[in-house]
Design a protein around this ligand. Structure first.
Ligand code: NAD
Length: 408
């Protein structure tokens, strides 16, 4: 098993070597500023006490408050949280929001908890962590298995303990109406599409090009909906049970109706059922993995036909697959750019909370489109300057932006 933190550091070293970045500052970026581990005792519904382990990794705050989600999962561990906090620093710098990088978690399978146990645990995390949080210190958000409801409990607990008038701005991803921002739901998928639209201008991709999307969740559906509405052929979609393909294009709205009615994608009229593995290797122009990490590996990279890969998921491409794509001249738009729309709107949420403003959805999406397109242009400029990949271009850009703000 590759250690995710080592992978993250290797990515940085490669980019730093290409652009000959300051060695001392790169060394500093290789480890988080602070890492906190806490024990959270909870009285369960049965009356028994259970102790859960919670984490927060604060990677770097040179550009602003540490920012990143809290993950509830039975496999959360030190290396994963450190790596994720590292990636958040770089993602926030690429999209140019004034935040650093953080990530947290609790070792728990939330499906095994009742609602009241989940609430106690979430409030317990804040009781143990509040000293290192704050609207201009560290701003968590939802991640795997954490929701707007959980953020709402956390805001309430933080406010009870600290009395801070700006408590709403300490957590993003809150429900709309409880301080959350309109447009957050669509942000990552739409942001990915804006990036894709910019990329198309630099590749041999024609209107009506064939796009394969892996996933049918939050990010993938908003991306596919936009692509379909703009006249691209979304030829394949999938969920955890498998995928569907029609090389003439799927009608996105009808697929959505079918999924709602049947609970899955399988057997959609006019399409063929395929596996998730077959889906990745289809004869298409663009591949957008939007489900899981490590789906493009050295065992299937040589079989990928697309000339452009848009990494909507976090970490869908292994290092080995990346090298193969580079040799085959397949362009990969990296996750830290392609899925940065979500954190961009989280920044808008924080900004609205800090300034007592409420923006409408059009305002949010218009700003998002501009900011994402600017980030693409900046990454492209770095890529071209150093004659390298989009991924290295994005890391060079982000590292340079972070290092500019670091005191020696
Ligand atoms: P989601 O849970 O809404 O959707 C995930 C999709 O993946 C679902 O359709 C699910 O059926 C599918 N899936 C699950 N297991 C699968 C398998 N074994 N094979 C194929 N498909 C499978 O999640 P999401 O929010 O859309 O996130 C998708 C990816 O995007 C993740 O990597 C996430 O970290 C990343 N991401 C999400 C956001 C966001 O704002 N939601 C932001 C940045 C990055």
């Amino acid at each position: 098993m590759t250690n995710p933190f080592e992978t993250a550091v290797k990515q940085l070293e490669e980019a730093a070597g290409i652009a000959k970045l300051d060695k001392n500052k790169i060394e500093q970026l290789k480890s988080p500023d602070r890492y906190v581990e806490v024990s959270i005792p909870i009285i369960m519904d049965s009356g028994e006490q259970k102790i859960f382990k919670g984490f927060r990794s604060q990677h770097n705050n040179a550009r602003g408050a540490y920012k990143g989600g809290i993950r509830y999962h039975q496999d959360v561990n030190l290396d994963e949280v450190r790596a994720l906090s590292f990636w958040m620093s770089f993602k926030n710098a690429v999209i140019n929001v004034p935040f650093g990088g953080g990530k947290g978690g609790i070792i728990v399978n939330p499906k095994e908890l009742s609602i009241s146990e989940l609430e106690k645990l979430s409030r317990g995390w804040v009781q143990k962590m509040y000293r290192i949080l704050g609207p201009e210190v560290d701003v968590p958000a939802p991640d795997v298995n954490t929701t707007g409801q959980i953020m709402d409990w956390m805001v309430d607990e933080y406010k009870k303990i600290t009395g801070d008038e700006k408590s709403l701005a300490v957590f993003t991803g809150k429900p709309v109406g409880k301080g959350g921002s309109l447009g957050r739901e669509e942000a990552t998928g739409f942001g990915g599409f804006y990036v894709f639209e910019e990329a198309v201008k630099h590749h041999q991709i024609q209107p009506g090009a064939k796009i394969v999307v892996q996933g049918f969740g939050n990010v993938s559906t908003f991306f596919a909906k936009m692509a379909f509405e703009k006249g691209y052929k979304v030829v394949a979609l999938s969920d955890s049970k498998g995928g569907i393909v029609n090389m003439d294009g799927l009608d996105f709205n009808k697929v959505l109706e079918h999924k709602k009615a049947s609970g899955g994608l399988k057997d959609f009229s006019g399409s063929k059922n395929i596996t998730n593995e077959e889906l990745l290797e289809l004869e298409a122009d663009v591949l957008a993995p939007a489900a899981l990490e490590n789906v493009l590996t050295e065992s299937n990279a040589n079989k990928i036909k697309a000339c452009l890969i848009v990494e909507l998921a976090n970490g869908p491409t292994t290092k080995e697959a990346d090298k193969i794509f580079e040799e085959k001249n397949i362009s990969v738009i990296p996750d830290i750019l392609a899925n940065s729309g979500g954190v961009c709107v989280s920044y808008y949420e924080w900004y609205q909370n800090m300034n007592n403003e409420i923006w409408n959805k059009e305002q949010v999406l218009e700003k998002l489109e501009k900011q994402i397109k600017l980030a693409f242009a900046d990454v492209l400029a770095a890529k071209e300057k150093y004659k390298t990949t989009y991924r290295n271009g994005a890391y060079i850009l982000a590292a340079t932006r972070i290092m500019e703000k670091m005191t020696p």
